[in-house]
Design a protein around this ligand. Structure first.
Ligand SMILES: Cc1ncc(COP(=O)(O)O)c(C=O)c1O
Length: 470
């Protein structure tokens, strides 16, 4: 009998019965067990994988139940129009970029944006002015740009048509950008907000404010934090750009999964009916356990007062930091041995995505794992990961370099060459070099550190990198 390696691997993982503190937000289906409707959905997955037969409507020309579900979604987020996305926020980011901008437009883009945004910049042939990232050296994390970084980028631009921001970031941290966005809109800039990690924001007072109404286009990944299947996301639109529907059709399959769409409908229904109370309870329990875990004095769960002022944290996420000399990557490995699946690690810690479906037993499991942690096993002999203080100089636009001939050379010989590819440590999937940028000594050192810390670095193969001569 032939093997089915992927399926068998998944089943082995399932049998480990890990506590899922990563995506997806349905948490192995547990989050669907909120009520009878969700239970039936979970139990009927096989039966509900149907296509566009009568009377099940059509995502690309919705006139019936899909249209009704999307109208309810728009009401829930209080936006003009809302669309189901069946290929994640990635597809939504592409559709928003194509709808908002034309070839050759100049846009302000947060440097630490997701790969799907960069793909959009290349495909739409946009000129890029990067917005600097803020670094919190104490916590060892990136923070989203504030008004001052955004205005600095605006001053560098010649004739910007819009801005693409990410809020919150992967760590669940957002900056207060309401005022600056209003200013940018007043001078005619179009605003896209990638709020992939903030689908649940605004549904309880203790959660950060929702971004939904702030941008012309706001993209949220329901599947990251809500009871939705992987790939389920929403595009929320606050302007009158009808062309967005063309681009959604262009970037999404003509055979959208009814399972994903139904799970999106359930995620919206969950937000309307349960989120307010559920997130109140979750945050209360999470805060109690923050105190308990921090009092063990082994790792440190960050609360808002520890982050630079002007920033808000997502209290439904644990940003768990190790002390200097210890490794966040090793903490992830340790938690995994204890059957706790983190979302991601970075040099100084891990991110755990909590969910209202987590029980007290789940929190107790995290607490006990940290209690039993022998800190010596997390000691870090390698040099600590550094963050980039200044980004490489952009020589060519990402789209300009795309068709240029490249050659492969050893990473350590690439000083002063122009990178052909993105160089992206995964996770968190944020480029430290973008196509068209000049590679420096500092960059090479940082890439080597990522590799030595066991992270996969997309764009580097067997220590080789693709460059274009300058
Ligand atoms: C900030 C951000 N934007 C967009 C995406 C893409 O989202 P999706 O996986 O829903 O396509 C991600 C994925 O991790 C992300 O972190």
């Amino acid at each position: 009998m032939n093997k089915a390696p992927l399926l068998e691997g998944l089943l082995r993982y399932k049998n480990e019965e890990n506590l899922i503190l990563s995506m997806p937000g349905n948490k192995s289906g547990k989050a669907f067990l909120k009520d009878k409707l969700g239970e039936v959905f979970k139990d009927s997955l096989g039966d509900l994988d149907i296509t566009e037969v009568d009377p099940l409507d059509n995502l690309h020309n919705p006139e019936g139940i899909i249209r009704e579900a999307q109208e309810l979604l728009a009401k829930t987020y209080k936006v003009k129009k809302a669309y189901f996305l069946v290929n994640g926020s990635s597809g939504g980011n592409l559709a928003a970029i194509f709808s908002a901008f034309n070839e050759g437009d100049e846009v302000l883009v947060e440097r630490n944006c997701h790969k799907s945004i960069y793909n959009g910049l290349i495909l739409r042939k946009l000129k890029v002015v990067y917005i600097d990232t803020v670094i919190d050296e104490n916590l060892g994390i990136f923070l989203p740009p504030r008004e001052e970084e955004i205005l600095r980028a605006l001053n560098k631009a010649n004739n910007p048509k819009g801005i693409i921001l990410t809020s919150p970031n992967y760590f669940g941290i957002s900056s207060d950008i309401e005022d600056v966005i209003k200013k940018l809109k007043d001078i005619g800039l179009k605003v896209i907000i990638d709020s992939a990690h903030g689908a649940h924001f605004g549904f309880n007072e203790r959660l950060p404010k929702s971004m939904a109404k702030l941008g012309d286009y706001v993209v949220v990944s329901a599947h990251k934090t809500l009871p939705s299947l992987t790939q389920g996301a929403f595009l929320l639109v606050n302007n009158n750009c009808d062309n967005v529907e063309f681009y959604l059709r262009a970037f999404m399959t003509t055979s959208p999964s009814y399972l994903i769409m139904a799970s999106l409908d359930y995620a919206r229904y969950y937000l309307d009916n349960y989120a307010r109370e559920d997130y109140k309870n979750l945050i209360e329990v999470a805060e109690n356990y923050t105190e308990k875990i921090n009092s063990l004095n082994k790792v440190y769960i960050v609360s808002e007062k520890e982050v630079k002022s002007g920033y808000t944290i997502d209290k439904s996420r644990y940003l768990m930091i190790v002390k200097d000399g210890f490794s966040g990557h090793k903490l992830l490995d340790y938690l995994r041995e204890k059957n706790i699946q983190s979302e991601m690690s970075f040099s100084k810690g891990v991110v755990l995505i909590l969910s209202p479906s987590n029980t007290i037993e789940d929190f107790e499991k995290i607490y006990l794992a940290i209690k039993e942690l022998n800190l010596n096993t997390l000691k870090n002999n390698e040099s600590t990961m550094e963050f980039i203080n200044s980004y490489p100089e952009k020589i060519l636009e990402p789209y300009e370099i795309f068709n240029l001939k490249d050659r492969e050379i050893n990473l350590n010989e690439a000083i002063n060459k122009i990178s052909k590819d993105f160089i992206v440590p995964y996770p968190p999937g944020i480029p430290i070099v973008c196509p068209g940028e000049k590679i420096t000594c500092e960059i090479i050192k940082i890439i080597n550190e990522y590799i030595n810390n066991g992270l996969s670095v997309i764009g580097i193969n067997n220590n080789k990198i693709k460059v274009v001569d300058n």
